[in-house]
Ligand binder design. Structure first.
Ligand SMILES: Nc1nc2c(ncn2[C@@H]2O[C@H](COP(=O)(O)OP(=O)(O)OP(=O)(O)O)[C@@H](O)[C@H]2O)c(=O)[nH]1
Ligand SMILES: *[C@@H]1O[C@H](CO)[C@@H](O)[C@H](O)[C@H]1NC(C)=O
Ligand SMILES: *[C@@H]1O[C@H](CO)[C@@H](O)[C@H](O)[C@H]1NC(C)=O
Ligand SMILES: [Mg+2]
Length: 387
């Protein structure tokens, strides 16, 4: 009797347990298979961990000619001759460190590229200590020579001062130091002796943000694909800052036609009315070739602009200057949009829209400037390749 009841009870228990096991297995299957997938080669996050900065031989089968950010090369110990270059003041130490922290976390902790900090005043020991302490790459600190950060002999300081009064309602229009900065970034940073040993640079500013874990070495990518200029954000310049930059550039082109590339990018900057359409790459982010800036073409162009005086008699920015040089001297295939680099410099974002790229990021794709009419990036992408 007792055993009969127990037998019935245990049968019922076994039945319920069986149903529970089946139900739980059914419920958990998606999670189980997902965590299994996470261990497979298909998941790029795991791929990242398989190469924690150690591997030393490049997979020979990687084909750089078919590179896309969706198909990044495997990690390798190879490095380009490259550095970060940062023009910064001592006072910007803390916003600088916030940016360095992000640059290290998103990219450089695996690559350890060096940093070159430049300043028109001596860096303090405090600045050096607290920037070296947060970076994995070697750091060096350069003082800008006086002649790279002052009025050249042919510039009238009185006329420059009058300009700053006249332009006081334009952004940075009344600033003298901003003009030295723009001239320096246009014509001199790549000639600083600390830059001599490098072939590629990544320009960084204090207070910018990086949102995406980079899946490859952008310097090596530039080198392998023979790219000369890389950008994240493009937009339209304030016309009032560059009233005569376009005509000065056209005059230069007329005088030195042999320096202009055959299949150039002038179509990107030439407006339908033949005036400058104001499109430019935002130069606070650049990954680019130093030998390109050191070339005869670029140097002649810079000297021509410098003699014309617009850095001081107007407020020419290094962004339109670099961009017009890109347009004259490079082919479309030599210029690269880093769509996969999530980036913010107030007030604009670049943020990848595809899930395949955005999953490495923490930025909202909807914020990306390239989706708006304020960007020139789609016009750039629409240009035909030269070959
Ligand atoms: N050492 C030094 N660096 C400067 C000076 N002025 C600007 N910079 C740096 O030059 C770069 C560009 O200057 P910003 O003030 O950021 O100019 P911007 O990006 O056009 O404008 P905002 O970022 O909107 O202010 C940044 O890396 C600054 O740190 C200066 O007088 N001395
Ligand atoms: C850093 O500098 C030291 C000393 O100059 C040098 O030996 C080393 O190779 C450098 N490291 C990197 C990663 O460039
Ligand atoms: C701009 O385009 C016009 C035709 O629309 C052409 O005549 C002119 O030469 C171009 N200017 C430059 C600088 O490329
Ligand atoms: Mg800035």
């Amino acid at each position: 009797m007792a055993s009969g009841i127990l037998g019935k009870l245990s049968l019922r228990v076994i039945f319920i347990v069986l149903i529970l096991v089946v139900a739980i297995h059914y419920l958990l299957t998606p999670f189980l298979s997902q965590s299994f997938q996470a261990g497979s080669d298909e998941n790029p996050r795991v791929k990242l961990k398989l190469h924690p900065g150690g591997g030393d031989s490049e997979a020979p089968e990687y084909d750089w000619s078919s590179f896309t950010p969706y198909n990044p090369p495997p990690y390798t110990a190879r490095r380009a001759k490259a550095c970060f270059v940062i023009l910064v003041r001592n006072d910007d130490l803390h916003s600088m460190r916030a940016t360095l922290r992000q640059l290290e976390d998103r990219f450089n902790h695996k690559y350890n590229y060096p940093y070159v900090f430049l300043n028109n005043e001596e860096f303090t020991d405090h600045f050096k200590e607290l920037t070296t302490s947060i970076t994995s790459g070697n750091t060096s600190y350069g003082l800008i020579p006086k002649e790279h950060w002052s009025f050249p002999s042919w510039i009238s300081e009185q006329k420059a001062a009058d300009t700053r009064v006249k332009m006081k309602d334009i952004i940075y229009g009344s600033s003298e130091s901003y003009r030295h900065m723009c001239r320096f970034e246009s014509g001199f940073f790549f000639r600083h002796p600390l830059m001599d040993e490098y072939e590629y640079y990544w320009r960084v500013e204090p207070d910018v943000n990086f949102f995406c874990d980079l899946q490859y070495d952008p310097f090596l990518m530039m080198q392998e694909r023979q790219l000369k200029y890389g950008f994240t954000i493009s937009l339209f310049e304030y016309r009032d800052t560059i009233p005569t930059l376009w005509e000065t550039t056209k005059r230069f082109m007329e005088q030195r036609p042999e320096l202009i590339a055959e299949n150039n990018l002038m179509g990107w900057v030439n407006g339908t009315d033949g005036d400058y359409n104001l499109c430019h790459f935002w130069s606070n982010f650049e990954i680019a070739s130093l030998s390109w800036l050191r070339s005869k073409q670029y140097m002649e162009y810079f000297d021509y602009l410098d003699k014309a005086g617009g850095f001081f008699y107007e407020r020419w920015g290094d962004a339109p200057v670099h961009s017009l040089a890109v347009a004259m001297f490079l082919k479309k295939e030599e210029v690269h949009w880093f769509e996969d680099v999530g980036y913010y410099h107030g007030p604009f974002y670049n943020c990848p829209n595809s899930k395949a790229l955005n999953k490495f990021c923490h930025c909202n794709p909807k914020d990306s400037l390239h989706l708006s009419e304020h960007s020139c990036t789609n016009q750039f992408l629409a240009l035909p390749n030269s070959s």
